[in-house]
Design a binder for this molecule. Structure first.
Ligand code: SF4
Length: 359
């Protein structure tokens, strides 16, 4: 799939992908060679909403629309939106005074909101509501003076945004190897929270070790690792033991995509690789393989998965078996001020306002 042939809208269409044919049209299937296609895979509700927000902002306000950081961690999505008039910047001080800027799905700290206000920027906050939920937990427990242990990856935008809500109360724990270094003021007043896109198993290992050190460690009020991350890991775990090779479509900076490769290997895949796009699939990965598992991260449009299926078809993998472990029907409504502007202009934002998690 080239950027020039990308569909008119990157949002919506791929959030709930149509069923893939069990035999790839035009491919001569070699008996015994099969693709196990994970479901759910690809776009989650937060990514779909963020991409839709940029597309609708471009349509409604016109180009350029500035976007702070990658709207979602996917090369193809970012390059396609750039071509349509989005300008991606690292910080708000790169946005001209008074211009419009979209904040990415990963969320921002209060300081970024303040910087934008100082520059008189019109903001559209596309932070995923499930990330906002974690921010609110951080604020609530910081106001009760807890030490908050944020399990996540230092440097990831989501972690920076969450930590920025209460920098004096939050310390980041990158994984089990950092548990020994944690120091708290009162071991009876400690809570853990987490990045939304971690490996569930690794996060739980970290929590267990933290609890050995701090037996009164409190759990967050609800899961922070989001439904989409968990569902994609459950699906890949189910197919991995049957797969000689697993391929995950997703970008290198996509935390949940990278986790899927790790989870596949831990669950018994013969080998596992991540690709941004179909032409990165190497023929030697498929040498002697009969079964290829395939999934995609939560920021990946379905068209990129279809391209990989076509590429695998070149090597005789014409049969596709879906391995489904959950059905998702979540959709988040657009950011409030964008929705209001669209309504005022007589346009009804064409997405249902469903905010429901489904596992
Ligand atoms: S991966 Fe989860 S938290 Fe992140 S944008 Fe998607 S639904 Fe939201």
């Amino acid at each position: 799939m080239s950027i020039d042939s990308a569909p008119a809208s990157l949002a919506g269409a791929s959030a709930f992908p149509d069923a893939v044919p069990t035999l790839t049209p035009g491919v001569t299937a070699v008996p015994g060679k099969k693709i196990l296609l994970a479901a759910p895979r690809g776009y989650c509700a937060g990514v779909d909403r963020a991409v839709d927000a940029v597309e609708k902002a471009l349509e409604h306000y016109g180009a350029p629309v500035y976007v702070r950081k990658e709207i979602v961690h996917n090369k193809f999505v970012v390059e396609t939106l750039s071509k349509r008039g989005a300008i991606f910047v690292q910080e708000t001080d790169e946005v001209p005074e008074g211009a419009r800027v979209v904040f990415s799905a990963h969320g921002v700290s209060p300081e970024v909101h303040a910087q934008a206000a100082r520059r008189n920027l019109a903001t559209i906050d596309a932070t995923c509501p499930l990330v906002t939920k974690v921010h609110k937990e951080a604020v609530r427990f910081a106001s009760s003076d807890y030490d908050i242990l944020l399990i996540g990856h230092t440097g990831h935008e989501e972690v920076e945004g969450t930590q920025g809500e209460a920098p004096d109360h939050i310390q980041v724990v990158n994984g089990p190897h950092e548990v020994d270094q944690v120091e708290v003021r009162d071991p009876d007043k400690v809570i853990w929270i987490s990045q939304t896109t971690l490996s569930v198993d690794e996060a739980m290992e970290t929590v267990q070790l933290l609890r050995e050190r701090f037996p009164n460690l409190q759990d967050p009020p609800s899961d922070d690792i989001c439904y989409a991350t968990q569902n994609r890991q459950v699906a890949i775990k189910k197919l991995a033991p049957r797969a000689d090779v697993v391929i995950v479509v997703g970008s290198a900076n996509s935390s949940n995509s990278v986790r899927l490769v790790e989870v596949a290997l831990e669950a018994g895949a013969g080998a596992a690789y991540r690709v941004d796009k179909a032409d990165e699939v190497q023929p030697e990965w498929l040498d002697g393989a009969a079964t290829v598992g395939l999934s995609s991260g939560a920021s990946v449009p379905e068209i990129l998965v279809r391209d990989v299926i076509a590429r695998l078809g070149e090597f005789g993998f014409g049969e596709v078996e879906e391995v489904r472990t959950a059905t998702e029907d979540i959709m988040f409504s657009l950011p409030k001020n964008l929705r209001a502007d669209l309504k005022a202009a007589g346009q009804t934002p064409d997405r249902p306002h469903r905010v429901r998690e489904s596992r």
